[in-house]
Unconditional design. Structure first.
Length: 266
């Protein structure tokens, strides 16, 4: 059984780019890096020396660990204002906006609580198991929620489209979202802000499959000798392809990656 390919011609062969002195680490994005250096995120994103990174990643929120950025020095701007008066200055880019869109199975009875998912054994040396039949999904609408991000507490109710919008610090890294807080079956979702890899990398594809509920066996790509991990990933890809009217090849080809990005929303 061949594993998903990652040759140089494959859609999931993303490599770090850029030549600046700052190396992107886990959890970094343009917004957080700029905030930590006292810059506007546009200053970094549009800097000529970062053109390779901008062209490869296309979104300031999707950097790859190992990308290298040029971080220019701060340029001091002077404003002339009259004395004996009060003046208000607003820092651009602060706060940042976090948008979440939550989906759930159409029938509540089909939901599986965390920690109670049935075990699924996949033998990497046997024939692929039949892809799981994808359940229809609908927005997690009108659900009460609470969210803690870097110590700040938010609460509210999801919109009819399952959307949550928060104003947060550009430097925020971690969050904890509790959804359906009025039910014993409430869910807890940990947020790793800035941790999403580009969709044309195997890790980024696995992260999106996980977020969409397709269980690729974690978010770290399986090694070349991990036959069970390769089979689990292939099974998840086939399930996603079946759910989105794609040929169930089990491969992360360009069409699958593009569809995965579209369905995931990033």
């Amino acid at each position: 059984m061949p594993p998903p390919t990652t040759t140089s011609d494959d859609a999931t062969d993303a490599q770090p780019v850029g030549s600046g002195s700052y190396e992107v680490g886990p959890g970094d994005c343009i917004h957080s890096i700029a905030f930590d250096h006292g810059l506007f995120w546009q200053t970094l994103w549009n800097h000529p020396d970062n053109a390779d990174v901008k062209a490869a990643r296309k979104s300031p929120s999707l950097l790859m660990v190992g990308d290298r950025l040029t971080v220019p020095p701060i340029t001091i701007k002077k404003e002339n204002r009259p004395n004996e008066a009060r003046h208000k200055f607003k820092r651009k880019g602060v706060p940042a906006k976090l948008v979440l869109i939550l989906m759930r199975p159409a029938a509540d009875d089909d939901r599986i609580d965390e920690g109670t998912q049935p075990e699924r054994s996949v033998d990497g040396n046997s024939q692929d198991p039949d892809p799981v039949e994808a359940k229809p999904q609908e927005p997690w609408a009108n659900a009460p929620w609470t969210c803690t991000i870097d110590g700040a507490l938010f609460s509210g109710t999801t919109g009819s489209d399952g959307k949550i919008e928060l104003s947060i610090s550009p430097g925020a890294r971690q969050g904890r979202l509790v959804i359906d807080t009025d039910k014993p079956t409430q869910r807890v979702i940990m947020l790793n802000l800035g941790g999403l890899e580009p969709p044309d990398s195997v890790k980024g594809a696995m992260q999106r499959l996980t977020n969409l509920g397709f269980e690729p066996g974690g978010t770290e790509p399986p090694g070349d000798t991990d036959s069970q991990g390769q089979a689990t990933l292939r099974h998840a890809i086939e399930s996603f392809q079946n759910a989105n009217d794609l040929a169930p090849s089990g491969e992360l080809d360009q069409q699958t990656v593009d569809t995965l990005k579209e369905v995931h929303g990033s």
